[in-house]
Design a protein around this ligand. Structure first.
Ligand SMILES: C[S@@+](CC[C@H](N)C(=O)[O-])C[C@H]1O[C@@H](n2cnc3c(N)ncnc32)[C@H](O)[C@@H]1O
Length: 288
């Protein structure tokens, strides 16, 4: 088992309330009122992966929300220590952790969050969730590889992939197999995308069919990154994908697999950041 992070360290951070203020008041109270035993148990379960929802409420829980929000704040600060910050996020769906972390830590008149997301319903959800944030927000409803046609000469400090390498790969292979990626609702087709991806992996066609389009997307990201800026990628295992039949080895090793592909791009080099397990995180710095 490859733990996501250090349990004792995050126990301490929770108890020092070091990062609690990133949460809503309700979540902060939930976290504060947990006993040490409950907290340690929930952190251990989260870090052991796969990450599971409560079967009844479908909630991932406060420890999940707190940890990933705080960890992304750490990741953004590792990439750039102060405001203003310009971030482009690839394929967030309706997940607002990164714009939330940016708004809390990097509020500044020139801080901006730009993203590209294909799914219309999830894009609308993200627009709703980020509407009041005190930073410039531009949510583009298109594939991330088309980003250059929307932003002119703008360059970013950070390009973020929050658990989205799998989404990109599913979409590449799904599109190849004829799935309508533009008009379908993601969660109506995700079983089909999972089946296609697992079949490609198990038949040995995964790399040949996914790598060229994946690297083209990564190159589009490098093209809009400032020299010295970072592409920051994370991955971890959700239980839902395993239940749908994603190949467990591919699911566990997704980042090490694409890391080997990314090494072929001459414009970036990987930097190891303290406190980030390289099985689950990658920081690729663009050459200066
Ligand atoms: C499950 S959702 C969100 C995932 C989010 N990364 C997370 O883990 O919370 C998957 C999203 O990936 C988006 N997506 C997949 N490939 C994409 C691409 N090449 N460009 C932009 N969005 C993409 C889909 O449109 C969908 O909104």
């Amino acid at each position: 088992m490859i733990l996501l992070d250090d349990v004792k360290l995050w126990m301490q951070r929770a108890r020092n309330n070091e990062v609690g203020y990133l949460l809503t008041n309700e979540d902060e109270a939930l976290l504060r009122n947990m006993t040490d035993e409950q907290l340690e148990n929930d952190i251990e379960i989260l870090f052991s992966c796969p990450v599971a929802q409560d079967p009844v409420t479908k909630d991932y829980g406060v420890v999940y929300r707190w940890y990933f929000l705080a960890k992304w704040a750490d990741a953004l600060k590792a990439a750039k220590s102060d405001a203003p910050l310009k971030v482009f996020e690839v394929a967030p769906g309706a997940n607002d952790k990164i714009p939330q972390a940016i708004a809390k830590y990097f509020e500044h008149p020139q801080t901006s969050y730009v993203t590209a997301n294909v799914d219309k319903k999830l894009t609308a959800g993200l627009k709703r969730k980020t509407a009041g944030l005190p930073i410039h927000i531009n949510i583009i409803e298109d594939a991330a590889q088309n980003i250059k046609s929307y932003i002119g000469e703008e360059l970013f400090d950070v390009i973020a992939f929050e658990h989205s390498v799998n989404d990109i790969l599913y979409a590449i292979l799904g599109e190849r197999a004829g799935v309508d990626m533009e008009n379908a609702y993601w969660f109506d087709i995700v079983q089909q995308l999972t089946d296609i991806t697992t079949a490609e992996y198990e038949n040995g066609t995964f790399e040949a069919n996914a790598k060229p389009a994946f690297l083209a997307l990564m190159q589009s990201c490098l093209d809009i990154l400032k020299p010295g800026g970072y592409i920051v990628i994370n991955h971890f295992m959700y239980k839902n994908d395993l239940d749908r039949g994603i190949n467990p080895e591919l699911w566990r090793d997704m980042l090490p697999i694409v890391r080997e592909w990314i090494k072929e791009l001459p414009e970036g080099r990987e930097v190891q950041m303290n406190g980030f397990n390289t099985h689950w995180w990658m920081f690729l710095q663009k050459n200066i």
